[in-house]
Design a protein around this ligand. Structure first.
Ligand SMILES: NC(=O)C1=CN([C@@H]2O[C@H](COP(=O)(O)OP(=O)(O)OC[C@H]3O[C@@H](n4cnc5c(N)ncnc54)[C@H](OP(=O)(O)O)[C@@H]3O)[C@@H](O)[C@H]2O)C=CC1
Ligand SMILES: O=C(CO)COP(=O)(O)O
Length: 344
């Protein structure tokens, strides 16, 4: 029944995932008000209950509306969900800060690492808005296209405070959507950011017609790489085995809905990042994450060859086949090196 958990939830960012998330939240909040950058999106949702630009075939529940005024979206909100692309997180948080009540809990659905500061997305919002204790993040295998169709899915809500984690779990849970909880915010966010880079590698492999074995190897070795990086950032190892790690890696590397995987294949066909994003209007988070993850790996002394290969292809104009060859030519070491295995 709508409205049983809280009165009003604001969703900041009405792209694909913001739209699908608003649909989930509408079951448990009295009212959901989305903030959209574009007036066309806000009007389409409020007047026609559809987002004209993202997932236009999905009819939103009657208690979801949207506005291009951040003040109106935030006014009286009991909880806030932020889901703008990572590149816009800091400027969006700066607009949010003066409108956000002191104790209002915030859940971030965006996946990325801020270039330069190397902050995770909840850290960026807390840096600007204050109140790290009110922050949460939700991540997992949640392609918006399938959530809108009511296909069963699950994610994990991580927060430092049990009360904040419990609130967002209650807000997101639905008959076809399970929300688990965790206290490992770093692990959940690090996994979400780095898996997108591995998905680009899987897309490249697919574009090169390298087969399912190759994809499985990239996913498995990618998970080892995610584990090494996330643990060096302070994550708990088991988080990488969960919904935010293995679960999201699997869907992003295998699903035709994945922008990151599709972009990898498009690269092989000769398309650039700018061309791909302009054509689809959708963000490829793994491209920015490749830069941050590559720099982080260097800073933390972590071996991250798949991240390095994607980075080389995207930013050093390295040939695709050459990078794939370089990955294959590396001397294989202990399978769990950096995760408890020997350096041999
Ligand atoms: N799509 C999915 O299935 C999932 C996405 N995510 C993550 O969610 C985040 C958002 O992705 P997604 O919803 O897919 O986005 P989309 O690629 O579907 O849409 C792009 C979004 O960016 C917004 N935007 C463009 N320019 C700006 C700006 N200057 N300031 C603020 N917002 C801007 C657009 O707003 P407008 O339309 O109003 O112009 C739109 O909401 C990403 O980090 C992604 O990794 C996580 C899980 C699933
Ligand atoms: O994070 C996602 C699914 O959980 C979305 O991945 P893509 O951005 O590759 O579509």
């Amino acid at each position: 029944m709508a409205g049983t958990v809280c009165g009003k939830v604001a969703v900041v960012g009405m792209g694909s995932w913001g739209t699908a998330a608003a649909g989930l939240l509408a079951r448990n909040a009295g009212e959901v008000c989305g903030w959209a950058l574009e007036e066309e999106v806000a009007r389409g949702i409020s007047e026609g209950h559809r987002n004209p630009l993202y997932l236009p075939s999905y009819e939103l529940p009657a208690n979801v509306r949207a506005t291009s005024s951040m003040g109106e979206a935030l006014d009286g909100a009991d909880a806030v969900v932020v889901v703008v692309p990572s590149a816009f997180m800091r400027p969006t948080a700066e607009r949010l800060a003066p409108l956000l009540g002191d104790d209002v809990p915030v859940c971030v659905l965006t996946k990325g690492v801020e270039p330069g500061t190397m902050m995770l997305m909840t850290q960026v919002v807390a840096d600007v808005c204050g109140g790290p204790g009110r922050m949460a993040c939700l991540s997992g295998p949640t392609h918006a296209e399938e959530i809108c169709q009511g296909k069963p899915a699950a994610a994990v809500v991580a927060a430092a405070s049990d009360a904040v984690a419990d609130l967002f779990r209650s807000l997101f849970i639905a008959p076809s959507f399970r929300a688990y909880v965790s206290s490992d915010m770093v692990g959940v966010e690090a996994c979400g950011a780095v898996k997108n880079v591995v998905a680009i590698a899987c897309g490249i492999a697919r574009g090169l017609e390298l087969g399912d074995n190759t994809s499985a190897v990239l996913m498995t070795r990618g998970l080892a790489e995610i584990g090494r990086l996330a643990c060096a950032m302070g994550a708990e190892p088991m988080t990488c085995m969960g919904l935010a790690g293995m679960g999201d890696l699997a869907t992003t590397c295998m699903s035709p809905h994945s922008r990151n995987r599709t972009f990898g294949a498009a690269l092989v066909a000769g398309e650039t990042l700018d061309e791909y994003q302009a054509r689809t209007r959708m963000v490829v988070e793994g491209a920015a994450a490749a830069r941050s993850a590559h720099e982080l790996a260097g800073r933390l002394g972590v071996d991250a060859p798949i991240v390095a290969a994607v980075h080389a292809v995207l930013y050093d104009h390295a040939p695709l086949q050459g990078e794939m060859r370089r990955l294959l030519d590396r001397m294989p070491y202990d399978e769990f090196y950096g995760l408890g295995g020997d350096a041999r």
